[in-house]
Design a binder for this molecule. Structure first.
Ligand SMILES: Nc1ncnc2c1ncn2[C@@H]1O[C@H](COP(=O)(O)OP(=O)(O)OP(=O)(O)O)[C@@H](O)[C@H]1O
Ligand SMILES: [Mg+2]
Length: 454
């Protein structure tokens, strides 16, 4: 069983959380910033990271991205103060397992850790099953739009033409690129992905074309570039719009001639590579703004493949949700109720399929219902979406004659009385359940003249 790593810049929080975790029988490690945390992850076996979003040096969101990229089996629980709640919500969209608000509730913390561990176990088990089953990367979707996408993928796979995949974040651009490779005559060769956005400008050329020893300060050894590694296979240039203009001109030359030199090298290297590129930006707009070379665009855009946003193909949501649930849940099979599917279909999914996938993973470990209900889905959607839940119109009737400030106060008072009553007028419990500090709740009780037993 792996350890739990706490990354937080406040020594008090590190010590307290470590104690709590150790009392629960976990092995706990601590780090005071993102760099120290990532160093630990490289050498220790860690299942779950508890990460403060607000960190000095490297911000929590960047730490999360690095964890997701380099340690995909590790689950992250994000901790945030009230002021950084938006960041915590974005973290969940990026694949954080859950977020907890400060002040930390011990119970919430322990439940989150337990659930996150359950998910990382499931993931490991799944990876094991996948290896034994050798299942391909299925592209799920019954909509006319996805049928078209699949046809275009099949067609592209039959040729060696360059493909430009476009679409919003999380729509399946990389999945499509892999599928094209798998179905093509090059499937015996490598599929090599390069994320052009994740690399500093100075490194991208050495990443793509390789370098000779000593060609620049950090080049301690000779290194092959991705163009060379992809020889006989497919090179996937991801986030192509984020490449500098100078890198663009080198890529243009390389794909035209299939020949290039390593950085600091003399020898010309010839390769046989198919290029598939992807972007979530509008390249025509980038061209107009002078940020993208038009000639490179025409070279890359031989077959345009547009991945539709999930909200344009709502009819795919049930099949996708089922697919992610089934892949995770194992035996016994769990189902989504009709109502749950309706709630899923009504949501806009700004993070597209990736957001739906993360969401299903979270729901499947956070709920133990055999048939997942609409209420459960609603509860977790409301939490990850960051928007205020809508109040039913009939509840608003009584407030509709008031001015906004009066209505807000009337609502707040009623809401507080209701929740205080629910918790037997226990200030600490009520404050926690509605997400405010006890001192804040005290002040409001005074302001509204609420009396115990009201
Ligand atoms: N139609 C689909 N069927 C099954 N899984 C899918 C489908 N579309 C996307 N996914 C899954 O959703 C996740 C996101 O997909 P992918 O990484 O391909 O998206 P992307 O468009 O490259 O996103 P980004 O722009 O954020 O890089 C992956 O785990 C992928 O396997
Ligand atoms: Mg991608």
């Amino acid at each position: 069983m792996g350890a739990i790593l706490v990354i937080d810049d406040e020594p008090g929080i590190r010590a307290t959380v470590k104690d709590i975790l150790e009392d629960e029988g976990y092995r706990a490690l601590t780090a005071e910033d993102g760099y120290a945390g990532l160093d630990l992850l490289r050498v220790e076996s860690v299942d779950v990271v508890i990460l403060d979003v607000w960190l000095p040096k490297m911000g929590g969101i960047d730490v999360l991205k690095a964890i997701k990229a380099d340690h995909p089996a590790v689950e992250t629980i994000v901790v945030s103060g009230h002021a950084s709640i938006d960041m915590a919500v974005s973290a969940v969209k990026l694949g954080a397992f859950d977020f907890i608000e400060k002040p930390l509730s011990i119970e919430r913390l322990i439940t989150a850790v337990r659930n996150a561990r359950a998910l990382s176990d499931l993931r490991l088990e799944n990876a094991r099953l996948k290896r034994t089953k050798a299942e391909g990367d299925d592209i799920i979707g019954v909509s006319a739009k996805m049928t078209e996408v699949r046809e275009l993928i099949d067609q592209s796979a039959r040729s060696d033409a360059r493909v430009l995949v476009t679409g919003e974040n999380g729509t399946g651009k990389e999945l499509a690129a892999r599928r094209i490779h798998e179905l093509s005559a090059r499937s015996g060769g490598p599929f090599v992905a390069v994320n052009c956005a994740a690399m500093p400008d100075t490194l991208i050329e050495s990443e793509l074309f390789g370098h000779e020893k000593g060609s620049f300060t950090d080049a301690v050894a000779r290194r092959k570039g991705k163009f060379e590694t992809a020889h006989t296979g497919t090179l996937f240039l991801d986030e192509i719009a984020d490449m500098s203009l100078s890198a663009q001109s080198k890529v243009l030359r390389a794909i035209q001639e299939m020949r290039f030199e390593r950085l600091g090298g003399e020898q010309t290297i010839e390769v046989d590579v198919r290029v598939v590129a992807a972007t979530n930006k509008d390249l025509r707009q980038e061209i107009a703004a002078g940020r993208f070379r038009e000639d490179l665009f025409f070279r890359l855009n031989v077959i345009p493949l547009r991945m539709p946003a999930l909200r344009e193909r709502v009819e795919d949501i049930p099949a996708l949700a089922d697919f992610f649930l089934e892949r995770l849940a194992g035996q016994p099979r769990r189902r989504l109720s009709r109502g749950a599917l309706e709630v899923l279909s009504a949501y806009a999914w700004p993070g597209n399929v990736r957001e739906l996938k993360n969401f299903m993973e979270r729901v499947s470990v956070m709920s133990d219902e055999d048939e997942i209900s609409a209420e459960t889905v609603e509860h977790f959607i409301a939490r990850s979406d960051g928007k205020a839940p809508e109040v039913a119109p009939d509840r608003l009737d009584t407030l509709s004659d008031l001015r906004l400030a009066e209505a807000r106060e009337a609502f707040e008072r009623g809401f507080l009385v209701h929740n205080l009553r629910k918790h037997g007028y226990n200030i600490a419990k009520t404050a926690e359940s509605i997400g405010v500090y006890p001192s804040n709740l005290h002040a409001k009780i005074k302001k509204f003249g609420i009396e115990a037993g009201e």
